[in-house]
Design a protein around this ligand. Structure first.
Ligand SMILES: [Zn+2]
Length: 392
């Protein structure tokens, strides 16, 4: 917590100064920040989510994603439509096998498109069948990957058929859910209660998913799939640079906010004594002194509606959101360390990731799993470097 706090505080201070300069006022209140930071983001990056869609047609994105999975983990993904019943004509079915032995490993459904009338919003991975030993055989896992992106548009009049064109955020979301799916599908645990994502602690379960998101920003992976659906022309370099820069936007404030929430939650649950020397509000203000830039107003009662740390189920566990980013950034850094263009070392590192993080599921403590992959405990260095807070 302190490592993240001290690395982000000065940056967050500067970001507030930037907002004041942009808004041409010194009077920025807590409720002004998100409005002005959004205006500032628009003016700095000229980002238009819609404009990038033609460069991300779903079939090409899937090719890129499956190619990456083969390159990193030595698995082959092939269409297996028709081998299992589906609940809608747009749902696809895929088979995952080992690239070397050709042995079947797992299967997954992909239900990519939004159907507002009958399907809830958002994106998720879920278990259809969990790997388990049954007598002498092993039942192979099957996953659901569900997204809500725009469907293809068929135009019978002029043959101008458009595939599903994705925003960059939708691409990241697909990679994210696929990462969860990999942990479910590549598990080697034969007991359902500890196979795949089962029994994996909250603060580690987002590791494979956020790890996969990192690859959307990796040059070879991105340019391998980002090609205009009509002309085949690659994503313009300037747009790529904007995506990278936008990733760092207001990053000090974003980290500091997570540190403030996570730390406050932990202190309230582990140290706070009802009727003791400090009230809940004094605890809040004490932590706010070093973990917020705009201090809480006296009438700020938002702690009373911080549902995550009460009935929301994240009591003393709010930190896990950000801890998973520490883990996933550090895991990605193992690939950076061998050189992202070194295909042999990348596949060796990917193989190790498959054998540890993806294979061991909830059968071992997540710290042991991480150490088996990384050879040491996690470090915050990679995350701070990726966010531009320490030098690369
Ligand atoms: Zn997730």
């Amino acid at each position: 917590m302190e490592e993240l706090r001290s690395a982000s505080y000065e940056a967050a201070l500067q970001e507030l100064a930037d907002i004041k300069a942009f808004a041409k006022t010194d009077d920025i209140q807590p409720w002004d920040v998100s409005y002005w930071s959004e205006r500032m983001r628009e003016s700095q990056f000229d980002l238009n989510d819609e404009a990038l869609r033609p460069y991300f047609p779903l079939p090409r994105v899937l090719e890129g994603l499956f190619g990456l999975a083969e390159r990193l983990f030595g698995i082959t993904i092939a269409a297996a439509d028709g081998q299992a019943p589906v609940w809608h004509k747009d749902v696809r079915y895929f088979a995952v096998s080992d690239a070397v032995t050709k042995a079947a490993i797992a299967y997954f459904y992909l239900d990519p498109y939004s159907r507002p009338a009958e399907k809830r919003g958002g994106a998720w991975m879920d278990e259809c069948i969990v790997r388990a030993k049954q007598g002498d055989t092993v039942r192979l896992p099957v996953a659901y990957l569900v997204c809500n992106q725009s469907p293809p548009i068929a135009n019978p009049d002029n043959q101008d058929n458009k595939p599903s064109l994705m925003t960059f955020l939708e691409v990241e979301t697909l990679f994210h859910e696929f990462g969860h799916g990999l942990q479910h599908m590549l598990t080697q645990v034969n007991y359902a209660g500890a196979a795949g994502i089962n029994n994996v602690e909250w603060d580690a379960v987002e590791l494979p998913s956020q790890f996969m998101e990192n690859w959307c920003y990796e040059r070879d992976t991105l340019f391998g799939m980002a090609k205009h659906y009509q002309t085949g022309e690659p994503l313009p370099e300037a747009e790529y640079q904007k995506l990278l820069a936008a990733r760092h936007f207001m990053t000090g404030s974003a980290i500091l906010r997570q540190v403030n929430f996570g730390w406050l939650d932990m202190v309230l649950h582990s140290q706070y004594q009802p009727g003791g020397e400090e009230t809940v509000w004094q605890v809040r203000d004490r932590l706010a002194a070093t973990t917020t830039i705009l201090k809480p107003l006296p009438e700020d009662a938002s702690l009373c509606s911080f549902g995550h740390i009460f009935a929301g189920g994240y009591a003393a566990g709010y930190y896990s959101y950000f801890w998973a980013e520490v883990l996933s950034a550090d895991a990605f850094a193992a690939f950076e360390a061998v050189g992202l263009d070194q295909s042999e070392q990348i596949s060796a590192t990917g193989h190790r990731f498959r054998e540890t993080v993806l294979a061991l599921g909830g059968s071992r403590h997540p710290m042991d799993v991480f150490k088996a992959f990384r050879g040491r405990e996690p470090s915050t260095e990679a995350l701070l470097r990726h966010r531009g807070l320490i030098a690369a």
